[in-house]
Design a protein around this ligand. Structure first.
Ligand code: G3H
Ligand code: 13P
Ligand code: ZN
Length: 330
């Protein structure tokens, strides 16, 4: 058994309590490799923001679970070396069953998500409760999910979203004992969050997505005052990055994300954790494409991964300061 406490990590309890009171959200940034982790740590140290380092099943398959755990341990030391000890949690994103959650809890994770959102309600309660019962013995926090987001999460594809039903939330939280709850109010995973038919078009031809269902969020907050809510699928899909990718040979179509103002509004309400992965992918891809297009003779990975890391860091700093409000909260 490797305890996250011995790695210098923290669970999400205190960070969520402070975020809830302060009206901001903790960034949960996914990482799969060294450059992404460096960018996250540098950005969060420079902005003095707490952070959740998020690892998906796909990341574990890609990078190796042992390496990822030791990278997180290294991240704690790295932040110290950069001169600022920020609260850092290591979180399993979209845990699909009890075994993967247990494996992470036993191997240094301070927080896990058990995603039973695709199960029927009673099965979701049963599975989530089992994970909570195990996790809480080790002071590991657990995120559950009610409602289904459209898009792709690991191997699960949902064609359409099903909004969270506020009537179910109190019962779910009471029965399972989860520490936080991911809800579905109109966000979705990936860079194509809405079809063009769901959007309106601005005069410049930019797709404007429909607003999030803040009425559902507010009703959940009314029923469960002070409880920590999580928003997945919260990339903004910056159009300058989409344009840059396409201008250097990419082919992204109808990419549209969640406007930043809506994320800030959610953070000021009950949302304590905001998940962002796709925007990081876009920032890195745009920077790599630019270098390779402009310098076709370049073949040193540091020459394109270095600028990609820098672009990622700047984007995360912007989010911490201007969107989530987590800067200066470490
Ligand atoms: O919600 C999904 C995350 O963006 C992780 O994506 O499963 O491709 O690593 P992944
Ligand atoms: P995005 O695809 O919007 O970045 O969402 C990431 C996410 O929810 C990870 O769990
Ligand atoms: Zn997600």
């Amino acid at each position: 058994m490797i305890s996250y406490k011995d790695l210098g990590l923290v669970n999400t309890k205190e960070m969520f309590a402070k975020a809830g009171k302060g009206g901001y959200a903790i960034p949960a940034y996914n990482f799969n490799n060294m450059e992404q982790l460096q960018a996250i740590i540098q950005a969060c140290v420079e902005t003095k923001s707490p952070v959740i380092l998020q690892v998906s099943k796909g990341a574990r398959n890609y990078a190796n679970a042992t390496l990822l755990r030791n990278m997180a341990r290294g991240a704690v030391e790295y932040a110290r070396e950069l001169g600022c000890e920020i609260p850092m949690a290591l979180h399993l994103d979209h845990g699909s069953d009890f075994d993967i959650c247990k494996e992470c809890i036993d191997n240094g994770f301070s927080s896990v998500m058990i995603d039973g959102s695709h199960l029927d309600y009673d099965e979701n309660v049963k599975l989530t409760s089992r994970v909570v019962e195990y996790a809480h013995q080790f002071d590991v926090t657990v995120e559950g999910e009610l409602g289904v987001l459209a898009g792709i999460e690991d191997d699960v594809v949902a064609e359409k979203s099903t909004y969270t039903q506020p009537e179910e939330v109190e019962d779910f939280v009471t029965k399972t004992g989860v520490d936080s709850l991911a809800i579905s109010i109109g966000t979705s995973h990936g860079a194509n969050k809405f079809t063009p038919a769901q959007c309106t078009r601005s005069e410049e031809g930019i797709l404007i997505p429909p607003p999030l269902r803040f009425d559902i969020l507010e009703e959940i907050e009314r029923r469960l005052p002070g409880f920590s809510i999580v928003l997945h699928g919260s990339s903004s899909v910056p159009q300058d990055l989409v344009t840059m990718i396409n201008s250097y040979g990419g082919d992204l179509k109808d990419s549209v994300g969640i406007p930043e103002e809506q994320l800030s509004k959610a953070a000021a309400l009950a949302v304590c954790k905001i998940n962002i992965d796709s925007d990081g992918r876009l920032a890195m891809t745009a920077a790599v494409r630019k270098v390779l297009a402009e310098q076709p003779g370049e073949f040193d990975p540091r020459k394109y991964l270095g600028p990609a890391r820098e672009a990622l860091k700047e984007m995360y700093k912007h989010k911490n300061i201007n969107v989530l409000g987590s800067a200066d909260r470490a």
